[in-house]
Design a protein around this ligand. Structure first.
Ligand code: HEC
Length: 279
């Protein structure tokens, strides 16, 4: 008797959650995996697929250029720019939060600036229109499923090499400060209108995509701060002239920056000097 009662108890303990699970499983599935939005470490929103569809205009895109030759893909998704404007309205005003991190289910991160993310063409795809139901055609080098969300870009020139990332298995979108994303680039302790901070602005806009400061930044040109700082082995006069017109020194892949004003150049120099990380 005693052992029978025990069995009944265990049965109840198991069946109740099981029944609940069976009831809610299809429901949870129809809600879809949520897409979560963070500002720094703080989660500010989490949208189910159903909510996501209401948060921004839905669009179908036909991508003819971005995959291997002759492979045309069709996706349905919500437009990225209006979605970001909806989710992060108060952070889009200043320029403090300027970077976006896209995070995938396996923790893989890709990056873009907020201003790139706000350009037209970005679409958070939630459906592969070439496949039935919830199926997705595998993508990427690992041939992984792009579910639940896949950021694609409609513009022919919107490729990852020029700063438009194509993260798949996307689950989190995180807005971060430039200084948190690139601590080595940021002249800490200098007021916003100091020459160093103004110089950072010039550097971010005109140099950063090609040059790094101690391994943070672009890789097309040489690192300007490490292992040795550029001013340790080049004179300031040379650097100023070179930036304005590299072709007058050598046939170079660096574009000319003759448009920089004297003040911008001074700020840029103040900034570069502030990046001398090693004595
Ligand atoms: C499109 C990419 C690109 C941009 C933008 C760019 N550079 Fe360069 N830069 C290069 C490349 C590539 C080299 C190396 C080739 C060379 O030295 O001719 C280079 C070389 C240099 C050098 C010379 C290094 C040496 O020791 O000879 C300096 C200094 C420099 N860049 C500074 C800057 C600054 C400052 C900016 C922004 C105002 C900038 N560059 C913008 C690509 C770029």
């Amino acid at each position: 008797m005693g052992s029978n009662g025990f069995k009944m108890d265990t049965m109840k303990k198991i069946t109740a959650p099981l029944i609940l699970l069976l009831i809610f499983l299809p429901f949870a599935r129809s809600l879809g995996t949520p897409l979560s939005f963070f500002v720094g470490d703080r989660r500010v929103k989490s949208l189910s697929l159903k909510e996501l569809k209401k948060a921004a205009p839905i669009k179908d895109v036909r991508l003819e250029y971005h995959f291997s030759k002759s492979r045309v893909k069709n996706y349905r998704g919500v437009e990225l720019a209006p979605l970001l404007r909806r989710v992060f309205p108060r952070y889009l005003k200043g320029d403090e939060y300027s970077e976006i991190i896209y995070e995938a289910t396996d923790g893989y991160s890709s990056f873009s600036t907020l201003s790139m993310a706000l350009t037209k063409g970005g679409l958070i795809a939630f459906k592969d229109l070439d496949r039935k139901g919830d199926n997705w055609e595998p993508t990427g080098r690992e041939m992984a499923s792009p579910a639940p969300y896949f950021l694609v870009w409609a513009g022919k020139d919107q490729t990852s090499t020029v700063g438009y990332p194509w993260p798949y298995a996307l689950v989190k979108i995180r807005l971060v400060r430039f200084k948190d994303r690139y601590p080595k680039l940021f002249p800490t302790g200098k007021p916003p209108n100091s020459p160093e901070r103004r110089g950072l602005r010039v550097f971010k806009e005109q140099c950063f995509r090609c040059h790094a400061i101690d391994r943070e930044g672009g890789k097309i040109g040489p690192d300007l701060a490490a292992p040795r700082h550029i001013l340790d082995y080049r004179t300031e006069t040379f650097i100023r002239q070179f930036i304005k017109n590299p072709e007058s020194f050598r046939y170079s892949k660096m574009p000319s920056h003759a448009h920089l004003s004297g003040k911008e150049m001074d700020d840029l120099m103040a900034y570069l000097k502030s990046r001398r990380v090693r004595p």
